[in-house]
Design a protein around this ligand. Structure first.
Ligand code: NAD
Length: 446
């Protein structure tokens, strides 16, 4: 099939590469000329395991190309995917200017029947607005062309995006047209080997499904972060509690880890957008407001623990003269994405408290530089930042932090203090290795 995908970001690039991998001819379109030029030369602008290899392979075999030329891409393709960003507007609602901008470009360029597939995360009712924008452009041209708009929200996770796309738990297709549903099923058929969960529904329910999924996951995170806080007060161990509740098949083990708060380009903005959607119809989504509030507070927890452990009596600059080494900047492992990463709030709080901050991340240092510039020090070696630091703070659970050389850490640090925002280590092991260890929601030995 001939497909074009608007937006060569995390979602667009993964979708483009995977659709090409299954034999389709794919054109990825982006407004960012430098990005497109780079991609033409094999420079992949984001880090996602396996993505670069898949792009280069399909580019080499002539199934995947990149362009800024909307019209040519629309005209060459039957299916037009919209995978551009939907950042939060000032009032928290999803800003649809990029989505509707693409819809207008499609309306201006289309030369025959097209299927327009919304893959961006968009509020309920957006398909109607996309349809309306295309229709307006067609009317301006006096063109009487047929088209269908489909909602096909994307559920991939950064860090495991290729696998999620190639072997999805489910594919949701929102359409009111049987012929289009069959067409979409055919397109996704090659990815249905592991799981045959192609769920066809009406468009509004498909649009809502994506927000409901992210809101549910964010709720689990905030819930577990509050359970962890209560465990600390009451002397319980959140890791044991997770086992205790996760074994219930109605609950399950996933997404029940406490941490420094959720971040990334999706959960914060999607939770906000759903609260905002509620407001539009006078529906007060009290639960999600609490989820968001808990998350904001949770992002302060690591810095608070460091201040309690090391802080002076100086209320304004309790960490003046202290150096904190941070492992992890990305909002989660296996990505370089720092959008809304808890590391941003944590490091800002440490700097505000007067600390010097040194940071390591396997992939996100370039992104962090755009945020912090020279306000912190960076290293590509996780041990190099430890020398004479007063504490090691663990922010992201990259695999390379799970079983590090503890002797080397203890010898390098000025004081053997680890504040662990991901509960990577056993408190008993840390005690016998000579560390003062402060995890989340479980016994701290310091
Ligand atoms: P991104 O910011 O990584 O990429 C968006 C791309 O769209 C950019 O390259 C930008 O230059 C391009 N763009 C903007 N306007 C354009 C236009 N008019 N024409 C062509 N290209 C244009 O965004 P992303 O993370 O890929 O997210 C895209 C959408 O998918 C969002 O709605 C997001 O909520 C949703 N989503 C993201 C993820 C994720 O993990 N990142 C997962 C599921 C769904």
């Amino acid at each position: 099939m001939k497909i074009c995908i608007f937006g060569a970001g995390y979602v667009g690039l993964v979708a483009a590469a995977c659709f090409a991998e299954s034999g389709n001819n794919v054109i990825a379109v982006d407004v960012d000329e430098a990005r497109v030029e780079g991609l033409k030369q094999g420079i992949v602008p984001i880090y996602e395991p396996g993505l670069k290899e898949m792009i280069l392979r399909n580019q080499g075999e002539g199934r995947l190309s990149f362009t800024t030329d909307y019209a040519a891409a629309v005209q060459a393709s039957l299916v037009n995917f919209i995978a551009v960003g939907t950042p939060p507007g000032e009032d928290g609602s999803a800003d649809l200017k990029y989505v509707l901008g693409v819809a207008r470009e499609i309306g201006r360029a289309m030369n025959g029947y097209k299927i327009i597939v919304d893959k961006s995360t968009v509020p309920v009712g957006t398909a109607d607005r996309v349809r309306h924008a295309i229709r307006e452009e067609l009317d301006l041209r006096n063109a009487d062309l047929e088209f269908d708009v489909v909602s096909n929200p994307e559920f991939l996770k950064e860090g495991a995006a290729i696998d999620d796309f190639m072997k999805p738990d489910r594919v949701v297709i929102g359409t009111d047209n049987v012929r289009t549903a069959e067409f979409m099923k055919e397109l996704y058929e090659p990815f249905m080997r592991k799981n045959n969960r192609m769920i066809v529904m009406d468009i509004r329910s498909a649009e809502m499904s994506k927000y409901a999924a992210n809101a549910m996951l964010a709720t689990r995170i905030s819930f577990m972060n509050q359970i962890a806080g209560l465990c600390e007060c009451m002397g319980a161990d959140v890791a044991a509690v997770r086992e205790g509740i996760g074994s219930d098949s109605r609950i399950g083990y996933d997404f029940l880890f406490p941490g420094p708060g959720y971040g990334g380009s999706c959960f914060p903005k999607d939770v906000k957008a759903l609260i905002r959607t509620g407001k539009e119809c006078d529906y007060d989504f009290t639960l999600l407001k609490a989820v968001e509030e808990v998350n904001e507070r949770q992002k302060q927890v690591l810095a608070d623990k460091l201040i309690r452990a090391l802080g002076s009596a100086d209320e304004n600059k309790p960490l003046e003269g202290r150096t904190i080494a941070c492992w992890g900047l990305a909002f989660k492992p296996r990505t370089d994405d720092m959008r809304e990463a808890p590391a941003i709030t944590i490091i800002q709080s440490l700097l505000a408290a007067g600390a010097r901050v040194r940071a390591h991340d396997p992939e996100a240092i370039d992104e962090a530089r755009k945020i912090f510039g020279d306000a912190i020090d960076y290293s590509n070696n996780q041990y190099d930042i430890l020398g004479d630091a007063d504490a090691l703070a663990i922010i992201t659970d990259w695999n390379e932090y799970r079983n590090p050389d503890f002797d080397r850490i203890r010898e390098a640090l000025a004081t053997p203090l680890i504040v662990d925002g991901r509960n990577l280590y056993k408190p008993s092991r840390m005690a016998s290795a000579g560390f003062r260890y402060i995890p989340l929601g479980r016994n701290s030995n310091g």
